[in-house]
Design a protein. Structure first.
Length: 632
């Protein structure tokens, strides 16, 4: 028997015995139904608190089509299982019977300007009105933006600003998500490229376009995909999200206050910043005020010790958010993945940082064990060992919730990775990644609990892209494919037909639970002979060059399907698209699945990747589980 399976069976036996003791039964005298009925008592006592998530409003949207409006809304994790809903237009109910099998309703023949609210029905009693629906009158909704003024670098290169990666969080505690947007100068650089850059700018923006604040990271934070990974989350449980990122001398917070020296210029003649202090700062999400700064961990130390002398490897940063205790979120900030890797976990409580742990591949505990050089251009967060606490999957290795190394495959660096419940036929999570090294397997399908490789493809090349998800109803479980392969593969690694047209993002867009392909400014549905176009963005552009990623993609409004947010090509708005397709599938808002929610938080990290929930969504799925969560 696999040791993890034995451990789980032993744990279940112990839980059952404990739960039944209060009823005077034992595991020998009780039947299966009695064991199941008693387990919630002991599970509740073993985990004193449910995971803390955002207190959200209904997030109602009305998407106009030629034949009417699709109204959809959130089924919250704090709602009753048997809740149903009525839909009102300007105070008049439009549905004949309460909506119970889904959280959407199509109102045929209604005009684009129709005003909708939703009322929950609990035990036959109708509750109060929701927020008014956000109207997608032309299939999309624009959030107005004001780009920062451009400038000129010290070597005479003029630049302007483009709206780049975005994240979401309830910055002011009103129950609605707000955007945090990184503005990137057109002079931004990859770490491997020399040259000066303009400053990185970060805005807090409400959905109506109101700008709450603007942070200027200053001349001593270089601009590019690998330098500023920003995390947006309610870390202290006060009902308002904070914003965390790396700062330096000259960073100006949302109130105009400067961190460190306002005159220091640590840039060298190649535009790199390889000297001077480095900070980790927590900003107030509502005002942009820098509430506290600590020294960034790890310090850069000797630049050449990271693998080169010009700064390509020392300034590779990753970030994330994880429920390391299963209840409260912690901030994850990391440095390095080609050679040395250091990951620091921070708690933000009572207005102060506390470092929970630090994982360092150079430490005496980890040195020589194959953890160095394993990181990808992103990270993933999830409970891989089923202990109720999150782990950090960092490329070809993983770190346990307590900061100890969990496993390493020693297969090196990669550009893309996907962690989720990809396969409903096996318990727990699965993990798919690609490799950059020409001497390592091109693709690997891994058991993330212990790092065991389930299947792999032979080494071939620098395999720069890879995707995993259920995109085809004609094959059980997930499909996996990569840039170097000519076929889509199943959970056993067998070829299952043609490769999709893109190797990029995924999106739940139409009415069925099979996921769609998101690439550039379009969404396509996979087909065995060709892909079908479902959406082409209008007047929008993708980000990050050939990565062609949206500003953000995920379930941020309406029901469980995913919105996609692109910047308009003139950078004057974030354009949100929400699905116009009706669905009969009912799933709790994915924002209340902590694995998916933390996936949204780390989506902006380096080479952006789509989020995955902790449970399977796809063809043949059973009833989606309800999360055990609480709100501030």
């Amino acid at each position: 028997m696999h040791p993890h399976k034995h451990r789980r069976r032993t744990l279940l036996s112990a839980l059952a015995a404990t739960a039944l003791a209060a009823t005077g039964l034992t595991t020998l005298t009780a039947g299966p139904a009695e064991v199941v009925a008693a387990l919630p008592q002991v599970l509740g006592s073993a985990r004193a608190e449910a995971a803390m998530v955002e207190a959200l409003d209904r997030g109602v949207v009305s998407v106009h089509t030629d034949s009417g409006n699709l109204i959809s809304w959130r089924w919250l994790g704090t709602d009753r299982n048997d809740v149903s809903f009525n839909v009102y237009r300007a105070g008049t109910k439009v549905n004949a019977t309460p909506v119970s099998g889904s959280t959407n309703y199509f109102h045929a023949g209604a005009p684009a300007h129709a005003d909708y609210t939703v009322r929950a029905v609990v035990d036959g009693v109708e509750q109060g009105d929701s927020v008014h629906a956000m109207q997608f009158r032309t299939g999309y909704k624009d959030v107005p933006l004001t780009p920062p003024a451009g400038g000129t670098t010290p070597d005479g290169v003029a630049y302007t600003y483009e709206a780049n990666d975005a994240s979401v969080g309830d910055l002011d505690g009103d129950g609605a998500l707000d955007f945090v947007l990184k503005w990137q100068p057109t002079s931004a650089k990859d770490n491997s490229q020399s040259g000066y850059t303009g400053n990185t700018i970060v805005d807090g923006v409400k959905l109506d376009g109101t700008r709450l604040w603007r942070i200027d990271l200053g001349r001593n934070i270089r601009s590019g995909a690998h330098y500023t990974q920003f995390q947006v989350y309610d870390y202290d449980g006060d009902g308002k999200a904070e914003v965390a990122m790396k700062t330096a001398d000259g960073t100006k917070d949302g109130t105009g206050a400067v961190i460190g020296s306002s005159t220091a210029d640590h840039r060298n003649s190649s535009g790199y910043v390889l000297t001077g202090p480095e900070y980790l700062t927590m900003f107030n999400g509502q005002t942009g005020r820098a509430m506290a700064s600590v020294d960034y961990v790890p310090a850069r130390g000797t630049v050449s010790s990271w693998g080169d002398s010009y700064g390509n490897r020392v300034d590779r940063f990753l970030a994330g958010t994880a429920y390391l205790d299963g209840v409260r979120p912690s901030l994850i900030m990391a440095r390095g993945y080609y050679t040395r890797t250091v990951i620091a976990a921070w708690d933000w409580r009572g207005g102060a940082f506390t470092r929970r742990w630090t994982f360092d591949t150079n430490s005496s505990t980890n040195s020589g064990k194959g953890f160095d050089g394993q990181g990808s251009h992103s990270l993933s967060v999830g409970d891989v060992d089923n202990d109720g606490r999150d782990e950090i999957v960092y490329g070809a290795m993983a770190v346990d919730d307590n900061g100890n190394g969990l496993w390493t495959t020693r297969t090196g660096h990669g550009d893309a990775q996907h962690l989720g419940d990809l396969d409903p036929s096996t318990s727990g999570l699965e993990y798919f990644k690609v490799s950059e090294s020409t001497s390592q397997p091109a693709e690997l399908y891994i058991n993330p609990a212990d790092g065991a490789v389930r299947w792999q493809l032979a080494a071939c090349c620098d395999n720069g892209r890879g995707v995993a998800g259920d995109i085809h109803a004609g094959n059980a479980g997930p499909e996996m494919w990569s840039a170097s392969d000519s076929s889509v593969r199943d959970r056993s690694g067998a070829t299952k037909g043609r490769e999709p047209s893109s190797v990029n993002f995924l999106s739940w867009w139409d009415g069925d639970p099979v996921r769609e392909l998101l690439d550039g400014t379009r969404i396509d549905k996979y087909g065995t002979s060709s892909d079908s176009r479902l959406l082409t963005g209008s007047g929008v552009s993708s980000n990050n060059g050939t990565k062609a990623t949206p500003a953000l993609s995920g379930d941020i409004l309406g029901d469980w399907r995913e919105e996609v947010v692109w910047r308009t090509s003139d950078n004057t708005a974030l354009r949100i698209y929400s699905t116009p397709h009706e669905t009969t599938t009912k799933i709790t808002t994915l924002l209340h699945d902590t694995m998916y929610r933390t996936g949204l938080a780390w989506q902006n990290t380096a080479y952006n990747q789509p989020p995955h929930p902790s449970f399977f969504i796809g063809d043949g799925m059973g009833t989606a589980p309800r999360p055990a969560v609480t709100t501030p």
